[in-house]
Write a protein that binds this ligand. Structure first.
Ligand code: HEC
Ligand code: HEC
Ligand code: HEC
Ligand code: HEC
Ligand code: HEC
Ligand code: HEC
Ligand code: HEC
Length: 292
């Protein structure tokens, strides 16, 4: 009788814990099994298609995808309707991308509190413009497009020209390029989801807020530290004028000092050479040498 009760007890425990676990595990496996089906084709490096004359790669790096923050998401969580092959017809690329973007916003709706109305809240910038599609990692992971030292690359997909050039020439830009994890990168001064034009009072780069933005890292002993333009290139007109002419001055100063020094050394060598020649000539003729 006693044995029977124990057996019944374990039987009950078994069903209580095993069954839901099986169900959960199966659901997860089902996700991953479904994804494996997709990756049979999309895990191939060369797979691509043409859209309005442009080649689009259809390759998904399966190793990185599984490691990514969405590695256990079904592919359909971002690609609804793509359940099997042949695929549903995609009418416009814009719409295809916009639909995925809405998926990001649905799951991460708290981001919208800061993102709404920002400069990047527009039709041609997507969440995945900065985050990538299938290789999203935490910002602390060096593989993430939003990792500190990858930020410049991420923003400069769209912000090239003087903004990028001036940053790369700046103290911060050079330090970050050399691997610094403390010098300012784009998002340290501009924010991430809360980027506004500098005339907007919410902008971290609004003249009224710039001192505080710099003060996150720099303690201010000097009054004018945060004044002046941030992005300037060294040209003879515009914001970079003073730096341009200062640099020009020092470059020419260096060139003339080096040239004059070389001339000076040459002349000195020539003088010594002449002296030795004269001495030799005197020795041959038996005359007396004297110092001039
Ligand atoms: C038999 C190979 C194959 C399988 C399996 C497959 N695909 Fe595709 N996929 C393609 C090809 C080829 C294209 C190019 C467009 C087309 O033919 O529809 C494509 C295109 C796509 C596109 C881009 C559509 C566009 O027009 O931009 C997405 C997204 C996609 N597949 C997702 C998936 C998902 C999710 C799965 C898993 C359910 C999957 N695919 C399974 C071959 C496959
Ligand atoms: C977190 C959301 C997300 C998940 C999950 C996801 N994708 Fe995508 N996928 C995207 C985004 C975003 C794009 C558009 C990228 C672009 O073109 O900029 C995309 C595009 C694609 C494309 C077309 C390539 C292109 O650039 O248009 C294919 C093929 C594709 N995904 C396959 C898959 C497969 C297979 C899976 C599952 C293993 C999957 N995706 C899971 C977000 C996702
Ligand atoms: C079905 C819901 C879902 C969709 C759709 C989705 N995500 Fe996620 N995302 C998640 C979950 C769950 C996590 C993991 C959160 C965690 O563990 O902190 C995550 C993590 C992330 C992270 C890392 C968060 C961190 O704490 O660093 C980023 C960034 C991200 N997602 C961006 C996106 C983008 C961009 C898209 C659209 C291309 C997208 N997500 C679509 C559910 C989703
Ligand atoms: C201009 C580039 C940019 C755009 C556009 C962007 N993000 Fe981000 N996002 C970032 C950066 C930079 C981080 C900081 C990464 C870190 O340090 O963890 C971040 C962090 C995140 C995180 C994780 C950390 C957190 O703050 O909770 C999530 C989730 C996220 N973004 C989702 C989204 C979604 C959803 C969208 C679209 C509505 C979006 N992002 C648009 C740049 C961007
Ligand atoms: C040390 C702080 C700092 C860093 C780092 C920084 N910026 Fe700026 N940025 C500013 C300030 C301040 C302004 C507004 C004043 C100005 O234009 O000089 C600005 C202006 C801008 C503007 C607007 C330009 C315009 O014409 O009004 C863009 C775009 C921009 N930055 C992008 C970037 C990008 C991309 C990076 C990284 C490659 C970056 N910034 C790095 C501080 C910074
Ligand atoms: C997909 C392209 C894209 C990416 C990636 C992107 N931006 Fe932008 N950004 C834009 C567009 C488009 C505008 C609006 C330009 C305008 O209004 O002239 C803008 C505007 C801005 C402005 C305001 C410029 C002004 O005139 O006031 C700043 C600052 C800025 N971006 C910084 C960044 C930073 C920092 C990153 C990286 C974290 C980034 N952006 C990533 C496309 C992008
Ligand atoms: C994320 C932190 C961070 C932010 C924000 C930041 N800086 Fe820096 N900055 C640094 C670091 C780190 C250095 C290198 C200091 C060193 O090693 O001497 C540096 C160096 C400098 C230098 C050259 C060296 C010096 O100390 O004089 C100047 C000038 C400078 N920053 C100006 C600014 C201004 C102006 C702002 C605001 C628009 C700003 N920084 C915002 C971190 C930051």
């Amino acid at each position: 009788m006693f044995d029977k009760r124990i057996i019944m007890f374990f039987f009950l425990i078994f069903w209580l814990f095993w069954i839901p676990n099986v169900a959960l595990a199966d659901k997860n496996k089902e996700n991953l099994k479904g994804n494996e089906e997709c990756l049979k084709c999309h895990g191939a490096v060369g797979l691509k298609m043409e859209w309005e004359g442009v080649n689009i790669s259809l390759y998904v790096d399966s190793g990185k995808y599984r490691d990514s923050m969405h590695g256990t998401n079904k592919c359909q969580s971002c690609h609804p309707g793509f359940n099997s092959y042949p695929h549903p017809n995609v009418k416009s690329r814009q719409q295809f991308l916009q639909e995925i973007n809405n998926r990001c916003k649905n799951c991460h709706d708290y981001i919208l509190k800061t993102f709404k109305g920002s400069v990047h809240d527009r039709k041609d910038v997507y969440c995945f413009s900065c985050h990538t599609a299938h290789t999203i990692f935490r910002g602390t992971d060096p593989r993430a497009s939003t990792y500190r030292n990858n930020i410049v690359k991420t923003c400069s997909q769209c912000h090239k020209g003087n903004v990028l050039k001036s940053y790369q020439e700046s103290f911060h830009g050079k330090a970050v390029a050399l691997g610094s994890k403390t010098a300012a990168t784009c998002t340290d001064c501009h924010g991430k989801h809360n980027i506004f034009t500098k005339t907007d009072s919410r902008s971290l780069t609004n003249p009224a807020n710039v001192p505080n933005t710099c003060a996150r890292c720099h303690v201010f002993p000097r009054k004018n530290f945060a004044r002046g333009a941030e992005h300037f290139v060294k040209t003879s007109t515009g914001n970079g004028k003073v730096v341009y002419y200062t640099k020009k001055f020092f470059v020419w100063l260096t060139i003339s000092v080096v040239t004059l020094t070389l001339i000076h050394i040459e002349m000195e060598l020539y003088r010594r050479y002449k002296k030795i020649r004269e001495q030799k000539a005197l020795e041959v003729t038996g005359g007396e040498s004297y110092d001039r």
